[in-house]
Design a protein around this ligand. Structure first.
Ligand code: GLN
Length: 539
């Protein structure tokens, strides 16, 4: 029978609930348990697929094509498991399912209400995910903060789960904030007390309280929280701000969190094997020289919009005894010939053009690709980045500066002219242009032997995750091959281009998929690893 752990947050958002959830997952996995995770988001969007990266950060894509919250990226990286659409549940998704059933008459004419219909649907999503994933433990993180109106049905649903499944099968963890008052030089526990009181007013009594703090937490604080929040002293576990997020599991374990969870949920094992984690943290904390990588994009300075890309770069750097120095380069500023922006780009040991949508800043990205090609700077193009790389190469090889993608040429789309465009033609599974469906989720890719890509992956058959509408137009394959581009990865079913690389260049590779979703702290992704190795050599 599956056990359920629920993680809630109080006082304010951005406490690192996702990292805490992922860390607990990692610890439980190292007990030898099969762990699945789920994020419940109280917003009304059906999924984050259409939400702006400005507001919501990157969209994390699962193997089965789920467009999900970036917290799933933390879960996958920490727990090293593949999640699915079941891992992402929003109020919008719940309501649309309930309303569908209502239209179909499933409720036999009853009045549909938040309790029990919405709360039952929430519980159904949780128990179904637990069953279908065949996990031993499912960790369910509730987005938002206790006290939010939107979160209430979720709290009621998990309260009922405790009632139905019993205390041996359910555990509540509540993350709060310990603010530091500079004037009196002290940490304050009152917001934590208030937040736990709020939670208890909803009928949920936390088993473990994790106060987040930027400063060391003394025993007296922990005791105070225990007494006023009515939790056992050993169950108040500080979530300290640390140098690297990958240290969080080790920090929590200093307070024997797995032993507490194992005891409460009657698990057989309670001592995790943390050798691998200790190795990773040691590697990260070792003194290293810097490596400058330019990220040429639209959302400059917005870490969350490129979270998995940045994490992948950092991880690959760690494995090469380097520290990532990220240089944000605005592609629009490159277009405007902004001097500082160009200077920044030229400082870089390697260049990444990440994914993106729409025409804005495209020419700047093409300029960055041209600069990388001509100056032999290691370059990695991710999804849109591969499209940009092939457009740039086509312009150069075919001596036609009008070449672009159908997506970036609205005038031409309207006119119906298609003669000079690299059509990123919709493939078999793909809708066309705007409003069309996307190629989403994991697809096969066959790697050509003897290529740079083959050397990096060291295998022929790979699976990578996609999220895009346009595809490389195979009519351009032969002329570009003749000019020195190698199509080193193809989808065997549809014959779509998945990876392109340049012959006369130390490292210029573009992939139509998003490799960033598959990096793990102990296993850097081959393409990112390749980029970092090449950038290191360039120095
Ligand atoms: N906008 C491009 C497309 O739809 C690339 C998408 C992406 O980079 N994720 O094909």
């Amino acid at each position: 029978m599956c056990k359920y752990i629920f993680v809630t947050g109080g006082v304010c958002s951005s406490l690192g609930k996702g990292i805490a959830t992922a860390s607990i997952g990692a610890l439980l996995k190292s007990l030898g348990l099969k762990v699945f995770t789920q994020k419940l988001d109280p917003y009304l969007n059906v999924d984050p697929g259409t939400m702006s990266p400005f507001q919501h950060g990157e969209v994390f894509v699962t193997d089965d094509g789920g467009e999900t919250d970036l917290d799933l990226g933390h879960y996958e990286r920490f727990i090293d498991t593949s999640l699915s659409k079941m891992s992402s549940v929003s109020t919008g998704k719940i309501y649309s399912k309930v309303l569908d059933k209502e239209r179909k008459g499933t409720y036999l004419g009853k009045t549909i209400q938040i309790i029990p219909h919405i709360t039952n649907q929430i519980q159904d999503e949780i128990t179904t995910a637990a069953k279908k994933s065949e996990c031993d433990i499912i960790i369910v993180e509730l987005g938002g903060t206790v006290g939010d109106i939107e979160g209430q049905p979720f709290l009621e649903a998990i309260r009922q789960m405790r009632y139905k499944h019993g205390p041996e099968n359910t555990l509540f963890i509540h993350l709060t904030l310990l603010p530091y008052l500079a004037a009196s030089k002290e940490l304050k526990t009152k917001p934590t007390q208030a937040s736990v009181r709020e939670l208890r007013s909803m009928g949920i009594h936390p088993d473990i309280v994790m106060p987040r703090s930027d400063y060391p937490v003394k025993k007296e604080h922990l005791n105070k929280i225990a007494l006023f929040c009515d939790v056992e002293g050993r169950c108040v576990i500080p979530a300290l701000t640390v140098d690297t997020i990958y240290e969080v599991p080790l920090n929590l374990q200093k307070y024997k969190i797995t032993e507490i969870i194992a005891e409460k949920l009657k698990l057989k094992k309670n001592k995790p094997n943390l050798t691998e984690w200790k190795k990773v943290v040691k590697m990260i904390k070792a003194k290293k020289t810097k490596l400058k990588i330019a990220l040429v994009g639209k959302y400059t300075g917005l870490d969350d919009a490129y979270l998995s890309v940045i994490e992948s770069l950092k991880i690959a750097c760690y494995h090469e005894k380097r520290d990532l120095e990220l240089i944000w380069v605005s592609s629009e500023k490159l277009e405007e010939k902004d001097k500082k922006t160009w200077r920044d780009l030229k400082k870089a040991d390697g260049i990444v053009v990440p994914g993106g949508f729409g025409t804005r800043g495209i020419e700047g990205k093409i300029m960055a690709a041209k600069y990388a090609r001509e100056n032999k700077i290691p370059f990695l193009g991710l999804c849109l980045g591969m499209q940009v790389m092939t457009i740039e190469f086509a312009r150069h090889a075919l001596k036609n500066n009008l070449i672009t993608s159908e997506e970036f040429d609205e005038e031409d789309q309207k006119a119906g002219e298609e003669n000079y465009i690299i059509h990123f033609l919709p493939g078999q599974h793909i809708g066309r242009a705007k409003g069309g469906t996307m190629r989403l989720g994991a697809y096969d890719c066959k790697i050509k032997k003897g290529t740079k890509t083959h050397k990096l992956y060291n295998k022929i058959s790979i699976h990578e995750r996609h999220r895009h509408r346009y595809e490389f137009n195979n009519n351009f394959k032969a002329p570009l091959e003749k000019a020195g581009m190698v199509f080193s990865g193809m989808n065997p079913q549809s014959n779509l281009v998945e990876i392109a690389e340049l012959k006369n260049h130390p490292f210029m590779i573009g992939c139509q998929f998003h490799p960033e979703f598959k990096s793990r702290p102990n296993k850097p992704h081959p393409l990112f690893h390749g980029l970092i190795k090449a950038a290191k050599k360039k120095r």
